[in-house]
Design a protein around this ligand. Structure first.
Ligand code: ADP
Length: 420
């Protein structure tokens, strides 16, 4: 079977085509990214093993980006399928499923309506995810589409951890509670961690630091998410590229009542002008900030220190939540590539059994690696995330469940006919 994974963000469309192999294997046939959506000099980059194709696109929207992806995948010279009928299903990354979705689902009109109702919970992401699904349905009308929700993995977070201490009806009537994000990435990490440590997931208490443009820390016990640092929206928790993370809610009241900020101004500031960008004043990109910090820029130094300090607080508190830790994982663009952030985030955690080997840490750049000092009770690992692989896997499972359901219904009809 061939599964096309589509990940529509606010400025990019990423895609990857997987093929099943044997019982449990999924191999990547081709992939690519359209970046700079809506811009005159948008770029399409497509690759298969040993071949790369680049193309400039003029102001592409989601439709044009997905169309360009399909053209590459079906190109007679460098494509990997003859035509779209060879694509058995499309799996879509979807950021927020609210409390409406506890697992991945086959998309239909009802699912789209429910997803639209969740859009206010992830205004930077859900509208883009939905646009991608709608365009893929239009371009691949015969192909089943599956939505895979980043929030689904965190539905196991217990009520005492997910509720805010507000009047209870805010939760009952309006669904205001922590939902958690980066669930698809965490699911992949849990799967890989079990293979890496040769242990069943039930035996591994782990803290996963997903450090990309969005940042989250997750506690996983018995294979289930029990805590995640993101909240009702993707603003809570750790410091992010342009988002503030945890903030005294009183600050928002002060901004609005004393400084006359409108709701829109608060929104723009906390989502797009805060985080690493807000502190450093120069960039939301950890590479730039690290370079400038090395050159002595004090605000960039402070941004890195604050970023790592906040992470350390979450790591420590999640160890307390789980009553211990066996594995600490760094993933996401920063987690996979930044030795300085990793070392600062675990500085002085030796008393908890967490110690990084500086040499191993420096060498671990975007490759799966164990970076703890040996012997050491806690394994510290860099595991590059692979959300696309996980989405393809989930898509396959949704299709298999649909086929099982169809077979049972068909069996029921035959029995009914025989009895009549
Ligand atoms: P997204 O959340 O958009 O998927 P990524 O996981 O790609 O983001 O991570 C983007 C972040 O990773 C950016 O802050 C970028 O600066 C950082 N990053 C990528 N490569 C490096 C590197 N070599 N050193 C430090 N940070 C890096």
């Amino acid at each position: 079977m061939k599964i096309l994974v589509i990940n529509c963000g606010s400025a990019t469309v990423k895609f990857r085509l997987f093929q099943t192999q044997g019982q449990d294997e999924l191999i990547s046939l081709a992939g690519g990214i359209v970046s700079g959506l809506g811009k005159e000099d948008a770029q399409m980059s497509y690759h298969i093993p040993d071949f790369r194709f680049e193309q400039q696109l003029n102001r592409p929207g989601y439709r044009e980006a997905i169309e360009a992806a399909i053209q590459c995948l079906t190109n007679p010279k460098y494509g990997v399928v003859r035509d779209v009928s060879e694509i058995d299903a499309a799996g879509h990354r979807t950021v927020h499923g609210g409390d409406k979705f506890t697992h991945s689902v086959l998309v239909d009109r009802d699912v789209i309506t429910k997803m639209e109702q969740c859009s206010h919970l992830a205004p930077l992401h859900n509208p883009a995810n939905l646009a991608g699904i709608n365009q893929a349905m239009a371009l691949l009308p015969k192909t089943p589409q599956v939505a895979v929700f980043d929030t689904a993995f965190h539905q196991t977070i217990p009520l005492h951890a997910s509720l805010y201490a507000m009047p209870f009806e805010m939760y009952e009537t309006h669904g205001i509670r922590k939902y958690g994000f980066h669930g698809t990435s965490c699911q992949y990490i849990v799967h890989r961690a079990s293979q890496l440590l040769h242990q069943p997931v039930e035996k591994i208490r782990m803290v996963i630091c997903h450090l990309g443009n969005g940042v989250s820390v997750t506690a996983v016990k018995n294979g289930h998410s029990v805590e995640n640092s993101l909240g009702f929206t993707s603003l809570e928790g750790a410091i992010m590229g342009t988002r503030c993370g945890a903030l005294d809610p009183g600050v928002i009241l002060y901004l609005m009542t004393e400084l006359n900020f409108s709701a829109e101004q608060v929104y723009t500031m906390l989502y797009t002008k805060s985080g690493l960008l807000g502190i450093s004043g120069v960039s939301n990109d950890m590479r730039t900030i690290t370079d400038l910090a090395e050159e002595g820029n004090p605000r960039c130094r402070l941004a890195i220190e604050m970023f790592a300090y906040r992470l350390k607080k979450y790591i420590g508190s999640y160890i307390a939540v789980m009553g211990g830790i066996d594995l600490l994982v760094f993933t996401g663009g920063i987690g996979e590539n930044s030795p300085i952030v990793r070392s600062l985030a675990v500085k002085d955690l030796g008393f908890l059994g967490i110690e990084i080997d500086p040499e191993l840490n420096d060498k671990a750049l975007a490759v799966e690696s164990l970076i703890h000092r040996k012997p050491c009770p806690v394994t510290v690992a860099v595991i590059p995330t692979n959300e696309e692989w996980m989405i393809a896997k989930e898509t396959l499972e949704v299709l298999a469940a649909r086929d099982r359901k169809n077979a049972i219904e068909k069996g029921g009809e035959i029995v009914k006919e025989m009895n009549s």
